[in-house]
Design a protein around this ligand. Structure first.
Ligand SMILES: *Cc1c(COP(=O)(O)O)cnc(C)c1O
Length: 358
């Protein structure tokens, strides 16, 4: 009865709700540093806007074009509004892209390890996924990626900065890569963490959108804007592909409250900048800590670090019982930790050292 590609799938294990976990562990507070959420919260202006939202709108379907949000994002990144595609989280955009382009025997390329959703949705559409490994320093090997393209290749996912390695490639390197990609292959740059890089103009692929009709850039409000609960992500589409992608999208995929939250968050660039500055400071401090204590780690441009931690599972369990959730299971004996507040980072680092000194 099941579609063949679905019969072997296991459900994604989502994060356990914090109150449930706190009760189970008997802890007053558990800090989640496993999902790259914003430890500094959300712009207070969003809370205000939501309180002022006219509840009598509840019975109406939301604006299916997300017009106000569309206009605001279009101005923010300087693209034509009709090139934007909004999703219920970037997750939905990834699903939608896979659903629109992939069919049996198509091939998808990605640089592993990377975000698991690209592979999941390609597999559901019966496409073949090929992983090209990152270099030993964690940096994307774009030469190897270009060399892996075959006549069957349809989509290429490039997460920049990459989750879970945290490393980033420059826009110049991506331009060089694009020059080697045939026009009938679509390249998707997932910029979920782009807000956190040291220098935006060095890394973002947005300027290449005017040059390449086979390039899409994807962003989300879940990370730097602290809006993960509202599920808003978007992509900048090639103009020719826009109508087809819009046809596949569900007509009312974004609720009015989510649209309002995202638009208000985007308008509060002071909050964003404060978050980014704090994350950049934490990143520098974490890398000094890892360096000084002899850990192997990748150079991050994101809001998390990926490092080699001997006995990673035992360490993660120890941290959990001290009230910190970190991400395991991405690579044996490596952990991914989202940067927390300065106080959380100090406590966590102290616990890590204590674990190895036992
Ligand atoms: C978190 C994340 C997303 C998904 O973001 P949502 O908008 O919350 O669905 C997409 N891509 C990467 C690489 C991520 O880490």
């Amino acid at each position: 009865m099941l579609k063949k590609t679905v019969s072997q799938l296991q459900p994604y294990v989502p994060e356990t709700p914090l109150p449930e976990l706190e009760e189970k562990l008997g802890l007053a507070k558990v800090v989640r540093l496993s999902a790259n959420e914003n430890p500094f919260g959300t712009s207070p202006k969003v809370q205000q806007a939501l309180q002022n939202w006219d509840f009598s709108n509840s019975r109406y379907y939301p604006d299916g074009d997300a017009s106000a949000l569309r206009q605001a994002v279009a101005e923010y990144i300087n693209v034509a509004p009709e090139r934007l595609l909004f999703g219920n989280g970037l997750d939905e955009v990834i699903e939608l892209v896979s659903r629109t382009f992939l069919e049996n025997t198509d091939e998808v390329l990605e640089l592993g390890p990377t975000f698991s959703e690209y592979k999941l949705h390609a597999q559901i559409e019966a496409a073949v996924v090929r992983d090209v490994s990152v270099q030993t320093d964690g940096i994307a090997d774009l030469t190897a990626l270009a060399a892996a393209i075959t006549p069957q290749t349809k989509l290429i996912w490039l997460c920049n900065p990459n989750n879970p390695t945290g490393t980033a490639v420059t826009c110049a390197a991506i331009a060089e890569f694009m020059a080697q990609v045939p026009e009938n292959v679509l390249v998707l740059i997932d910029e979920a963490y782009m807000d956190f890089v040291d220098d935006l103009t060095t890394y973002t692929a947005l300027p290449l959108l005017t040059q390449y009709a086979n390039l899409m850039v994807l962003r989300t409000f879940s990370k730097a804007y602290g809006l993960a609960n509202f599920r808003v992500g978007y992509a900048v589409m090639p103009p020719k592909l826009a109508p087809s992608l819009q046809s596949v999208r569900l007509p009312y995929n974004l609720g009015a409250v989510a649209q309002l939250a995202a638009k208000t968050a985007l308008a509060d660039q002071d909050f964003l900048q404060t978050t980014v500055t704090r994350v950049q400071k934490a990143r520098q401090q974490w890398e000094e800590f890892l360096q000084q204590n002899g850990f192997t780690f990748y150079r991050s441009q994101a809001n998390f670090t990926f490092f080699k931690a001997p006995q990673a599972l035992a360490l993660a369990d120890d941290l959990l019982h001290h009230g910190f959730i970190v991400r395991t299971g991405l690579r044996p004996d490596w952990l991914r930790i989202t940067f927390g507040t300065a106080e959380q980072n100090a406590k966590l680092q102290q616990l890590i050292l204590a674990f190895y000194q036992q």
